[in-house]
Design a protein. Structure first.
Length: 56
């Protein structure tokens, strides 16, 4: 299962650098995780200051 970014995201971008497979990108002013690329490693979860990232 891929991780998901909720509406609590403040678009700071802190998670992008921590994703080892480049699954996180900005789209239409929001950060999204590509489920086809996400390996469910959880590296992004710890870098999110608003706890907006969780496993689906």
């Amino acid at each position: 299962m891929a991780h998901k970014i909720s509406d609590a995201c403040v678009n700071c971008g802190a998670c992008i650098a921590d994703c080892p497979v480049d699954a996180i990108s900005e789209k239409d002013g929001l950060h999204v995780i590509d489920p086809a690329k996400c390996t469910d490693c959880g590296a992004c979860v710890g870098s999110c200051p608003t706890d907006a990232i969780s496993a689906e």
